[in-house]
Write a protein that binds this ligand. Sequence first.
Ligand code: ADP
Length: 246
Amino acid sequence: MSAVLEVSGVSKRFGAFRALTDVTFDVREGETLGLIGPNGAGKTTLFNIITGFLRPDAGGLHYGGEAIDHLSPERRVSRGMVRTFQKSMVFPELTVRENIAMAARQRAGVGLRWGGAQRRLGAAEARVHQLIGDSGLRRSGGERMSDLSYGEQRIVDLLISLALEPRLLLLDEPTAGLAQEEAERLLQIVRHHDARTSVVLIAHDIDIVFGACDRIAVLNLGQVLCCGTPEVVRADASVRAAYLGA
Ligand code: ADP
């Protein structure tokens, strides 16, 4: 399986503090990679480097086989890199469907002045319908965002990101603050995402990551302790010592 993202030897300091040291791992086409590690391990710093908000002091990134270190965050987005934040990005006064449709239309390029706009609009609407239907939300889509529970809003956040049909989706703690059932529903959506999308999922809850991811990278004190399947990570002695407390 080829890699959509390769992170090679990335280091980052803040003053004298080493936030990341020689971080190397890859994200493969279509997989869900979990990124775990204690608070302060460097997970968010790594997301900031991947998305171009921070520059590494050493090392580099390849995305779709191309070096992207010189690309701005906007250029990375235009190449299909989508990131969610811990804070919701929805428009509360719009409906669920309207929020998702905005992303789907943007993806479809509707509004541009060349031919086929009607067909693309139709495809975008169909995509919205399908995303809501497959989500298990048990909502018609006509509800205002502000009428949904916090957990449902986070699920819609995810649907908005998926409507953009990203090549690489970076999810920063999407399940934080969610009730168990909502967290499971959200992960169900992540697990059944379009095979053309690769996902990197930051989560605190280890059980969540082990259940939802194809592979897991464990960060500790800015270094990758281990990267592999859940079985490999569970069995790794350095991970058990540093993170699993065993
Ligand atoms: P995580 O997401 O794993 O909790 P972070 O990447 O947020 O970890 O932080 C890693 C370390 O780098 C922390 O000790 C944090 O305080 C530090 N750090 C992050 N950003 C900055 C910054 N802009 N300036 C100084 N220190 C920072």
